[in-house]
Write a protein that binds this ligand. Sequence first.
Ligand SMILES: Cc1ncc(COP(=O)(O)O)c(C=O)c1O
Length: 402
Amino acid sequence: MDGKELLERKVSPAAQPRGIEPGERLFAPAIPSLSPWMLLPRRPRAAAPYPLDDPSVRFYYFARNGIYALARLWGLAGREILFPAYFHGVELEALLAAGVRPKFYPVGPRMQVDPAEVVARIGPDTRAIYLIHYVGFPGPVDELAEVCRERELLFVEDCALALLSCVGDRPLGTFGDAAIFCLYKTLPTPNGGAVVVRRGGPLGLPPGEQPPLASTLAPILGSLLEGAEVRGGAAGRLLRSSVRLAARSLTRPLRGHRVPTGTQHFDRAHVGLAMSHLSRVVIGSQDFARIVERRRRNYFHLLGKLRGIAPPIFGELPPGVCPLFYPLQVGDKASALARLRAKGVDAVDFWRVAHPAVPAGAFPEAESLRRTVLEIPCHQDLEPADVERISACVAKAVEDRR
Ligand SMILES: Cc1ncc(COP(=O)(O)O)c(C=O)c1O
């Protein structure tokens, strides 16, 4: 890994590592970036929301570490778990590494899960049901919680894409026996995953050890520089490019110590890592109510502008939902992505690559989602003027395709 990579801003969540090409004017990064004041230790602004305030929460470097620890805590090795056919890949790899046997259930064209399809797959070996809340939008939690109660199964909610999201007033991750969260997709933390175990308690979950400082400092610097470019106009851009060059040589000694986030594959070498102290500091600086409010505002704004030309997978934004992105479908992802990035919109090529554990052709609707879904940023850093520009770029990218 070279210095350039070390200083590259955090890779976009839920996607393969990639970035805006040099020379492009980034104004809408995929994820929120850091401001220097977020690194100043302080008393938290207000009580943190669930799951950050939960007495039993355990923080890890990655959500995947928590998934692995949970599977081991519950003794799921050799047991069958019902798992959605549409998924990132690393969450499944964490389960596979723990010896779990997945049995896949279908996910519909609107990323919806039909509880009847899940129930139809329950067999004598089934021990648990795993549900992913896509892009912050709730899956059928009440129905599946009820099924799990009746059939004495464990229910895992994967809220990696749904931090701060609720069904009305009730947070996602409070319906199952355990919940998994990824923090760095929604917040500008350099790393961080969380697990809450609601059945059996977290006592058996290993605490994890602090990551090497290099793994935290490099993405922090990258995120600060990205924030400088996005918020600081031409001066910020110049700062970012010059500091990047200088830091390339400065960070050479850190090579090999970095543990990048946003990667596709589970790596046992990192399974014992906890969340960094600096991530805790960043969490303490966040205004969570504002984050939810701004994400919802931006999603509504995009919906208003794009509903007719680039409708999202989720055409409604129910109360309580904290959207991660505005997910839309395009015929030719590669060219739409290229057009958007050329305009400075860091859209995410969402889950394009299928995992080999799912037989090709077995779940055509999930395959179609992989081919077509692209995610447009709607995060808390974006102002109405940015969203206006983003929607114009999306409209153009979609129009040019016709
Ligand atoms: C649905 C889902 N679950 C779990 C994870 C794992 O998150 P982390 O990268 O923190 O391990 C991801 C990562 O993108 C994900 O998309």
